[in-house]
Ligand binder design. Structure first.
Ligand SMILES: *[C@@H]1O[C@H](CO)[C@@H](O)[C@H](O)[C@H]1NC(C)=O
Ligand SMILES: *[C@@H]1O[C@H](CO)[C@@H](O)[C@H](O)[C@H]1NC(C)=O
Ligand SMILES: *[C@@H]1O[C@H](CO)[C@@H](O)[C@H](O)[C@H]1NC(C)=O
Ligand SMILES: *[C@@H]1O[C@H](CO)[C@@H](O)[C@H](O)[C@H]1NC(C)=O
Ligand SMILES: *[C@@H]1O[C@H](CO)[C@@H](O)[C@H](O)[C@H]1NC(C)=O
Ligand SMILES: [Zn+2]
Length: 499
């Protein structure tokens, strides 16, 4: 898999330029772009040099010609702001920081309640991580505008606006783009600049690039459920792990391997022809089995931000002629929409409450057999746990100071709603199962409700407790229904409360 597969349709001068550039350059591909030729050229078992943040060469002149028809950084800024003005009631424009040369890193957030914290999942797209892979930044601007133009009548666009907070960063590397090169203005490959789980390539914080720092800060501020970064140079949906512990190239599954294969397949199957790839079965690949990288953004998101990130290679040609952009948009459009929607259309979602006062408990969720924790939100204690469909899962909710609770569910194709009510840790209390509540709740429309764990000390307190509990349940059900009303998930689903 080498660089610049020549584009057959773009005329002789372009082919010449591309051929010349690939002649003089070491093989550089997008996600990886290992500058040492030995690594990508056949004998792929060689151990990996982890010290590869700095980029050695770039072909600036060739790309100047190609930039014709692409937005400049100031065009892009205008496009973002124009979008904000035109689609102000479903969007918010903000910046997560500045590039090394001081260009703001603009983000478009799309939602019917932009900027407001809600019990909804968030998804992000990040484009132009590598300066010389500009297709993503163009497609993301088209995507935002397409959603704005169509969300009133298109069901998928409407679903995204109503159920997802979609954050779009069209360019993470504006300096690299204007310099027509892969790295940032400091010549650092931003997709090697994140802290790594195996090798401290660059764990000197002061050496971290401003673009990387901005992303890391962003991940602390917004709780993303999933995301994708957009690259060029191949056609495949890449998922973690990107690096291996032994530095060798082989399949290296992360705890959520099944989930990631499902997400990556969602992208490739809705794509025009990604899934018919000959090189990558189904158009997806484990990062490390393709070639290991260290300090990448994808693994960092999964490990440190609870965010399931894919690395999408969306065009064999890193920098195709601008006239091909509308076609590339058509090829990727349904994939982008379905992937963003999947954070609400798939998986298990719900909230965690305290049995004490019915208040939200910002605990966490884990799945038996998957060594990974998904945190619930601070404000609403909502959690969003993506999982591969058609599977049985044992879901555990826990929170410091409360007794954990678990239940086994069968997740079908759509999203499932599952709330938990946790009891405080009070070692000496005797647990009693209260029968009879179930019928009452089932009549109210919830199936599979089971209430356990109400405790009391003496008979004399029973009456008082029953009254309190009844009031609590009424309040609680009231909240649940108002919550469910606006969260219409994609497909029929069971609603359960683990109380
Ligand atoms: C790995 O590379 C070394 C030297 O380059 C070679 O001797 C060895 O046979 C290779 N191993 C595999 C599994 O290809
Ligand atoms: C935004 O404004 C448009 C046009 O005024 C309107 O059709 C649409 O319903 C509004 N959307 C929301 C979410 O308020
Ligand atoms: C996908 O289609 C494009 C344009 O027709 C073509 O260049 C590319 O080789 C195709 N890729 C696959 C994997 O079929
Ligand atoms: C689970 O993952 C953590 C790192 O997140 C690791 O330290 C721990 O050893 C893993 N546990 C198991 C049982 O694999
Ligand atoms: C989960 O449920 C099983 C059986 O229902 C139980 O044996 C187990 O202790 C539970 N685990 C936790 C952590 O609560
Ligand atoms: Zn790339």
């Amino acid at each position: 898999m080498e660089v610049s597969p020549s584009s057959s349709s773009s005329g002789v001068p372009l082919i010449l330029i591309l051929c010349l550039s690939s002649f003089f350059l070491p093989p550089v591909i997008c996600r990886g772009g290992e500058s040492l030729p030995l690594f990508r050229s056949g004998s792929l078992n060689g151990s990996y040099s982890v010290n590869t943040r700095r980029i050695l060469k770039d072909d600036v002149e060739a790309k100047d010609t190609l930039a014709k028809g692409y937005m400049t950084n100031s065009d892009l800024e205008h496009a973002v702001k124009a979008f904000g003005r035109r689609c102000g009631n479903i969007s918010r424009i903000y910046s997560i920081g500045k590039s090394f040369n001081g260009v703001p890193l603009w983000v478009i957030e799309i939602s019917d309640n932009p900027g407001k914290e809600e019990a909804k999942p968030a998804f992000k797209f990040v484009g132009n991580v590598h300066g010389d892979e500009p297709v993503g930044r163009e497609l993301l601007i088209i995507l935002a505008n397409w959603i704005c133009d169509n969300y009133v009548r298109d069901p998928l666009a409407k679903f995204i606006v109503e159920n997802v907070h979609l954050h779009i960063l069209p360019t993470m590397n504006p300096d690299g783009f204007s310099l027509r090169k892969r790295g940032n203005a400091n010549n650092i490959d931003l997709n090697r600049d994140f802290p790594d789980q195996f090798f401290s390539v660059n764990n000197v914080i002061s050496a971290r690039q401003p673009e990387t720092r901005a992303i890391m800060k962003w991940l602390k501020e917004v709780r993303f459920t999933a995301s994708a970064s957009l690259h060029g140079g191949a056609l495949v949906a890449n998922y973690p792990w990107d690096g291996t512990e032994d530095k060798r190239k082989h399949y290296y599954a992360c705890p959520d391997d099944e989930t990631f294969r499902f997400l990556a397949s969602t992208y490739s199957h809705f794509h025009y022809n990604m899934s018919s790839s000959k090189e990558f079965p189904e158009g997806i690949t484990n990062g490390a089995s393709w070639y290991p990288i260290y300090g990448g953004m994808q693994d960092y998101n999964y490990i440190h931000a609870g965010c399931l990130e894919l690395t999408l290679e969306i065009s064999d040609d890193k920098w195709p002629a601008a006239s091909e952009l509308p076609t590339l948009w058509e090829y990727n459009k349904m994939s982008m929409l379905h992937l963003a929607a999947s954070v609400a259309k798939r998986g298990i979602h719900g909230r965690i409450y305290s049995s004490n006062n019915g208040g939200p408990l910002p605990g966490a969720i884990s799945i038996n057999g998957i060594n990974y924790t998904v945190e619930a939100g601070k404000a609403f204690a909502d959690y969003h746990r993506l999982l591969a469909p058609d599977n049985k899962y044992e879901v555990l909710a826990f929170m410091h100071g409360y007794k954990p609770k678990n239940t086994t569910v069968f997740l079908e194709g759509g999203a499932m709603s599952l709330d938990f009510v946790l009891d405080p840790e009070t070692g000496s209390l005797r647990e009693t199962k209260v029968k009879g509540w179930c019928d009452c709740n089932c009549n109210a429309g919830i199936q599979g409700v089971e209430l356990t764990g109400f405790a009391w000390w003496t008979q004399s307190q029973l009456y008082f407790l029953v009254v309190v509990v009844t009031i609590f349940i009424l309040i609680f059900l009231g909240r649940r229904f108002s919550f469910l009303k606006y969260r219409q998930l994609g497909s029929p689903k069971r609603t359960m409360v683990m109380a």
